[in-house]
Write a protein that binds this ligand. Sequence first.
Ligand SMILES: Cc1ncc(COP(=O)(O)O)c(C=O)c1O
Length: 448
Amino acid sequence: MGDAAFEYAVDFIHGLDDAPASALEGSLEAALALRGSPPEEGGSFDEAVAAFRSAAAGAYETCGPGYLAYIPGGGLFTSALAQFMTLTANRFPNLWEVAPGLTQIEQNVIRWLCDLFDFPSEARGILTTGGSMANLSAIVTARHVKLGEDFSDGTYYVSEQAHASVTKAAAIAGLPRRALRVVPVDPEFQMDAAALAEMIRVDRGSGLRPFLVVPSAGTTNTGAIDPLDDIAGIAADEGLWLHVDAAYGGFFQLTDRGRERFRGIERADSITLDPHKGMFLPYGTGSLIVRDGAALRDAHFVGAAYLQDRMPEAELPNLHEYSPELSRDHRGFRVWLPLVVHGVRAFREALDEKLDLTEHLYAALSETPGIETPLRPQLTVVPFRLAASDDDANRVFLARINASKRVVISSTTIGGRYLLRACIVSHRTHRDRIDEAIDIIRSAAAAG
Ligand SMILES: Cc1ncc(COP(=O)(O)O)c(C=O)c1O
């Protein structure tokens, strides 16, 4: 069975360069044909693998070099191998004495993330399933520290470009809709810090308790980076918790350009970072780091009699005390193995390459007649559209580009305007595919 599964995996990886960027024809019908209950008696492993193979094939090629839609990740194979070993060993990671070695590996990852942002030794963190869950734990922690048990008069601040997971997390954390303040953005789609300061002042004057601001280090729509240092100053002056949503952009901190653009991020109380985006890991790994580790624990810890035998935190933490989860998979090795096998430099260079590719794509589209590029990229998103055309024409333009099956891009709407966006993150996307994308986009634009 292992051989069959491994053969699939190796074939899959070797086929990625030539695989269609999307293969959706008939995929819904094929998906519906998979409906069914499991058999009473066991059946063929090979048949089940074959069914998986075709189910996975009728899809966007999210691992391929042409995947430029949404926020790509790529799916590092070393991480998939780590996950295979991890799930086979099936250790329980959330009580340290049950698997101290694996808890330590997870701690190595967390410490490395904390060091990347100059967080102090008392900082702690958790590996989550993604950025949405990391944002949830951050907001619960901020609410707990700044507002206590009664939080009905709290207010929090996000830009109109914040990821929806932030307001969703706040709602799950019990904050009423009236607690939300949407701060306007400037023409670069960065949060207007002066407007933020004014909104806090007005709210405080009305007897409310402003407690949290969530700027982005790379918005999903356009890759905009909010003015982190200015916002950190306001948060410090006003006693607000500063949570930076760096789910998409955070790992660009490894590069000189990213570090420069994120100046002030090291002043955050907490940061969300998604290894399944900027570290190219397969989907399923996010993270949260918190400057004051005790605050993260205070916000999440609930004791239980059936856990009374657990060893108290000593050299290693009991990670369930820091997170909403008890039973879960060990998430450390799937981050750690790629780091030790490829080395940090490989990640830095790959991310630098993505920044270069973005500039190249932006320059090429900017000089193409008939295409408008309204924003200079701040990270690796290039928004564009057909100039002097309406939204419907741009929808057709998008469909034409994606019909090439060599790239997949997605769209968004900002300020009522429909925009196409190409986002370059995957470790498998290189200059050859971006040059091809430029040709495809130019032909699609020339066609109308
Ligand atoms: C800026 C930002 N924050 C949060 C998220 C949510 O992360 P996840 O999809 O891992 O839950 C995303 C996802 O694209 C994002 O781009």
